[in-house]
Design a protein around this ligand. Structure first.
Ligand code: GLY
Length: 334
């Protein structure tokens, strides 16, 4: 789809969201039973949709095809992002991800389900499928977050295999970086491609997953937005969901994904909400010139939106058997 068609569709469908939002707002005065029936009527008969950050064609196709076969939103999102966690050519997610400045590959991930449950793992070494591990934290422990060695040991107890995440290629790139190791974490299209995925399943339920190796050559122990519920990912199944990619520190400061869902709750389209979340960052000062942030969002009606700071961010959308790579609109047009 061309960008102008995408924008046109987004603004047209924005009308639908306002109508849906009004119904839900009016429902505040109704009995719980009527309110639930109203919400269910809005949610049923959905065409499944998968969206994810960047041009991760195979990952999004995997999630979309699973959704089409009837898989639930969370399982589909985790299956989708696992493709990139296992892709050793991807230097910013999973195995093959760039290490920290001391040569350790540490991964961050979180998941959030349509019932509001969530799980997260921070700074995990030697485990490839950290989104699935985050789900196990959610389903197999009374906790939301496990970090570092605790998360790794939990993984082994859950049957995950120990893996060396530092590939020959990522080791060589790190050794090249060490030749002039000025501490300046890198972030741009080529070297920072967190995969955040949002799925709307046939039941109209929304869930998501977010997984990354974080900034290339980061300080040991550094954790960004991706595994932090509300920053890297947030879902409210009555409203929609959002995920972020880019410089995690700036997403954390504005709790970006939660903000987008709350803006949608108050009647904004996914597109408008993503634009406002970016504006909250760019309006503070002009440091945004040095980093990229991008958001994607989906609402209960299946409308999607995306916005980023700088030109170059794309996202995938799978619907009705089509898996399209869409150029996001962006803030910095100077
Ligand atoms: N957005 C991923 C990170 O900053 O680590």
């Amino acid at each position: 789809m061309k960008r102008r068609d995408f924008i046109k569709n987004a603004s047209l469908t924005g009308v639908g969201l306002t109508v849906g939002g009004s119904i839900l707002n009016c429902a505040e005065n109704l009995s719980e039973k009527t309110k639930n029936e109203t919400t269910m009527a809005l949610n049923k008969n959905k065409t499944p949709i998968a969206i994810c950050t960047w041009g991760f064609v195979a990952a999004n196709a995997k999630a979309g095809e699973q959704l089409f076969k009837g898989s639930k939103a969370l399982d589909s999102a985790i299956a989708g992002v696992a493709i990139e966690e296992e892709n050793i050519k991807n230097t910013t997610v999973g195995k093959g991800g760039a290490p920290d400045r001391e040569g350790n590959v540490t991964l961050d991930a979180c998941v959030m389900d349509s019932n509001g449950d969530c799980g997260s793992v921070l700074c995990v070494e030697n485990i490839t499928n950290v989104a699935e591990l985050a789900k196990r934290v959610m389903t197999e422990t009374p906790h939301v977050i496990l970090a570092g060695l605790g998360a790794e040991e939990f993984a082994y107890r859950q049957g995950f295999e120990k893996d060396n995440l530092l590939t020959e290629d990522s080791k060589k790139a790190w050794e090249d970086w060490l030749k002039s190791p000025e501490y300046k974490p890198l972030i741009n299209i080529e070297n920072h491609d967190t995969i955040g995925m949002l799925c709307l399943d046939k039941d109209g339920d929304i869930a998501g997953a977010c997984t990354t190796s974080g900034l290339s050559y980061k300080m040991k122990g550094r954790v960004g937005d991706s595994p932090i519920i509300g920053s890297g990912l947030f879902i409210d199944n009555e409203i929609g969901g959002a995920v972020a990619t880019g410089m995690g520190e700036e997403v954390l400061k504005t709790v970006g994904s939660f903000l987008i869902v709350e803006l949608m709750r108050n009647g904004m389209s996914p597109q408008g909400a993503c634009e406002e979340a970016v504006r909250r960052i760019t309006s503070k000062n002009d440091r945004y010139k040095d980093f990229q942030i991008a958001y994607i969002a989906i609402n209960k009606s299946g409308e999607v939106g995306s916005y980023c700071i700088h030109k170059g961010f794309t996202y995938m959308k799978y619907q009705n058997g089509e898996n399209n790579n869409i150029h996001s609109d962006y803030f910095d047009k100077a």
